[in-house]
Structure formats: structure tokens, C-alpha cells
Design a protein around this ligand. Structure first.
Ligand code: ATP
Length: 393
């Protein structure tokens, strides 16, 4: 990825401080396994010349028990100070006043890309006939869209005021049941679109992928989703004209619903996807389900200008299986592999992904995956980690 270009990261740092949040629920099981496997891969790849200095940042229940605060300022400061960090899943308590750490980090560090690579590993069961054709990277916009959280509940004075503004000042007549409607606002900007699409294009060029597909619902939402499409094309023409003329880059677009169908029928047509926040949510989960589900889907939140990147397990705390040594650490492990790639430590990253695939091919995996493998053997979380390390040796 972009790490080598980031000025704040030394060209070849030998010992890098990585703040990590263990996470709640299964986080307590998958993070220690992840750290052990990653350390093993780094040691193996660089023979002791490089290493990670894992520094715990408290958040969630662990932070609450230690400090009375679920999200201590010190944790935020660590993520401000160190450009690359990783986190396990956290519970967001229901009820007012508690800001989710995900939202806090995303907003504070302006992590505008939610990056979700989706590929199939041999040995993993898939509902598709040809899952090997799935190899995509989703760039989901992370700061705008209906996720901006600008909403008013029906029946409140705010909703009434907003309705008055719409009907009185803006001449809106199309609200079917005005008195009982809640309202939400969907901001989509030129800057927000451009930085996301630019990041996707640079990723495609750097990884010699054929191009970027803009996925949108511009046929219905002309100025927001349609704006995203138009501004995306305009940016590509303006900033990547040479690459386009040389045939190194093709930009195309597709309506989101057609895209979801095409991912099942012709997934090989897509490599890098750029899309808005809500579309990106649906798309990344559907794609994950096509290649093994949430236990194996990695993710990261990134700001390519500042270089800040937080890698994470994309699933939740899985309270139903927590404490049983059955959780799949693959999502977090593959996120850690993405982190190593981001740092330019590609060799260590490849050791992890290759070893994982070797285990899957032998039918050895945690129960969520092993139960669907023809001769699957279910391993515990810890034992699966050991297996991956053995496969590296
Ligand atoms: P939260 O409230 O934290 O989002 P959740 O249980 O509602 O937790 P997930 O944690 O995403 O949501 O879990 C959804 C389902 O997937 C659960 O049945 C869970 O056991 C399973 N699951 C999630 N993560 C894993 C994992 N790493 N390994 C195995 N199963 C998992």
C-alpha cells in the first residue's frame, strides 16, 4: 500500500511501536493469538532485524474496569501519536453518552477510507461455483453519506421544524406522510469523493490492477450518489489522464443493485471498488459472505494523507462464543497482514496468508469454517494459531 510514501514512517524502521486494543468478548482470545503469529512471521521473515513493539491501549470493558472510562484520552493520544495501530472488536454499550471508539477514532483521525479486501482462500467453503474469481478491494467512504448521523425522530420539535423548512422555504411537496416522518440528511461532497476515489485509483495503479469501478445509486439520488460518480470520473480525467491514455487505468461505474448481482455472476470483472458509505457496508458484507464470512474478513480505516491507519477485526465481540476458545482469529490476523503490507513488510504478511491457506487446504480451521469443509478438522483459537505458525516453519 502507500506506506513507503508516508513521510512519518521511517524508510526501513526496524522496531515499530504498534498500539493495540485487545477488544471485548472474543477480542481477548483472538488478539493474543494474532500477536504471537505476527511476531513469529516477522521473526521468520527478517531474522530478528525487524520487530514490533506491541503497546496496549486500553478501551472497552478493560479500560472501564481499570479507569472508569471506556475510552480514556490516553488511548486516543496513542493512536494520534503512532500512525499504525490495530484493534479487536469492542462492545458499544447501549444508551446515551457513550461514543463508540470506532466513531471516535474515525472522526479524530479523519480515517476517510474503510478498506476491505475480499479474496478467497483455497480450502474454504463458498456458495459460489468459482470462488477463485473473487479478488476485490473495497474502498468504502467512511465520513459522509447517511452515516453522518444527521437525523430527526418523527414527532419531535426538530422534525417539525425541519418539515416546516422543507415545505415552507424549499417548496417540497413530495413527502407522502409528512406528520409522521422521521428525516435524515445525506451529505456527499466533492472533497470527500475525490480523496476516496484518488486513494482507490492510486491503490489500483500501485498494485497493477486494471482499474476502479465506481458503485453508486446515481440513477435515483442524482446529486449525492450521482455526484459521487461524476466527481469520480472528473478526478480521474484531471489527475490520471496519462495513466488512462496509456491503458494502465480504466474507470467504470455501475449501479449498486446491478453490482451486487454481478458480484455473484461475474466477480472477475471487478478488482478495486470505490463507493459511498452505505453501499460499502452492504457490499463488503456480501462479498465477505461469498468467501467465508465475517470470521475471515479483514479491514482497515485509513487516512492516506496523514498516514494514520487502524487495522481491525471486522466482526463484533461474538458474546455467544466468547471464552470458549472457538473464535476464528483470521479476520484479525488478515488485518494484521494488511498492516504489515501497509508498513512495507510484505514478506512477513505473505508468510501469514500463505500459512493460513495451507491450513485451510488441509481442512484445518476453527469450527466456523471447518464444519463446512469436506474433511474439516475443528481447531481451537489457540491451536489454529499454532497450526499457522507450524505451516510457516
Ligand atoms: P456485537 O454486538 O459485538 O456486534 P454480535 O454477536 O451481534 O456482536 P458478531 O460478533 O459480528 O455480532 O457475530 C455475529 C455472529 O458471527 C455470531 O454468531 C458470532 O458467534 C459469529 N462470529 C463473529 N465473529 C466470529 C469469529 N471471529 N469466529 C467465529 N464466529 C464468529
Amino acid at each position: 500500500m502507500e506506506a513507503s510514501k508516508q513521510q512519518h514512517l521511517p524508510a526501513a524502521p526496524e522496531r515499530v511501536i504498534i498500539p493495540f486494543i485487545e477488544g471485548d468478548g472474543v477480542g481477548r482470545e483472538i488478539m493474543p493469538v494474532c500477536r504471537r503469529v505476527v511476531d513469529h512471521a516477522v521473526a521468520k521473515a527478517y531474522g530478528g532485524k525487524r520487530s514490533l513493539d506491541w503497546t496496549e491501549a486500553l478501551a472497552g470493558e478493560k479500560a472501564f474496569n481499570a479507569t472508569g472510562n471506556r475510552l480514556p484520552e490516553e488511548t486516543m493520544n496513542m493512536f494520534r501519536e503512532y500512525p499504525v495501530g490495530i484493534k479487536g472488536p469492542l462492545t458499544t454499550p447501549v444508551g446515551g453518552g457513550v461514543r463508540s471508539l470506532n466513531v471516535a477514532l474515525r472522526q479524530t483521525l479523519d480515517l476517510y477510507v474503510c478498506l476491505r479486501p475480499v479474496r478467497w482462500f483455497r480450502g474454504v467453503d463458498s456458495p459460489l461455483k468459482e470462488p477463485q474469481k473473487v479478488n476485490m478491494v473495497v474502498f468504502r467512504e467512511n465520513t459522509e453519506d447517511i452515516y453522518a448521523g444527521i437525523e430527526w425522530q418523527q414527532g419531535t420539535p426538530e422534525a417539525r421544524k425541519f418539515l416546516q423548512f422543507l415545505t415552507g422555504e424549499m417548496g417540497v411537496t413530495k413527502i407522502r406522510f409528512p406528520e409522521t416522518s422521521s428525516f435524515g440528511v445525506k451529505p456527499v461532497s466533492i472533497e470527500g469523493t475525490e480523496r476516496l476515489v484518488r486513494a482507490a485509483i492510486k491503490y489500483a495503479l500501485k498494485n497493477q490492477l486494471p482499474g476502479v469501478t465506481l458503485v453508486h445509486k446515481g440513477n435515483i439520488m442524482k446529486f449525492t450518489e450521482g455526484g459521487f460518480k461524476n466527481w469520480g470520473y472528473a478526478l480521474a480525467e484531471r489527475e490520471f489522464a496519462r495513466e488512462t491514455a496509456e491503458g494502465k487505468l480504466v474507470i467504470k461505474d455501475v449501479i449498486a443493485d446491478a453490482f451486487l448481482q454481478n458480484t455473484l455472476l461475474t466477480p472477475e470483472k471487478y478488482s478495486v471498488i470505490a463507493t459511498l458509505n452505505l453501499n460499502g457496508d452492504y457490499i463488503s458484507d456480501q462479498l465477505a459472505a461469498m468467501v467465508g464470512g465475517i470470521g475471515i474478513a479483514p479491514g482497515a480505516n485509513i487516512n492516506y494523507e496523514s498516514g494514520h491507519a487502524v487495522f481491525e477485526a471486522t466482526h463484533g465481540t461474538a458474546p455467544d462464543i466468547a471464552g470458549k476458545n472457538t473464535a476464528n482469529p483470521s479476520s484479525l490476523l488478515l488485518s494484521a497482514a494488511m498492516m504489515l503490507e501497509y508498513m512495507g513488510w510484505n514478506q512477513a504478511a505473505a508468510l501469514i496468508t500463505n500459512a493460513m491457506e495451507k491450513a485451510f487446504i488441509k481442512g484445518e480451521a476453527t469450527h466456523d469454517l471447518a464444519r463446512f469443509m469436506p474433511k474439516g478438522k475443528s481447531l481451537g483459537t489457540v491451536q489454529f494459531g499454532d497450526k499457522i505458525m507450524n505451516e510457516m516453519d
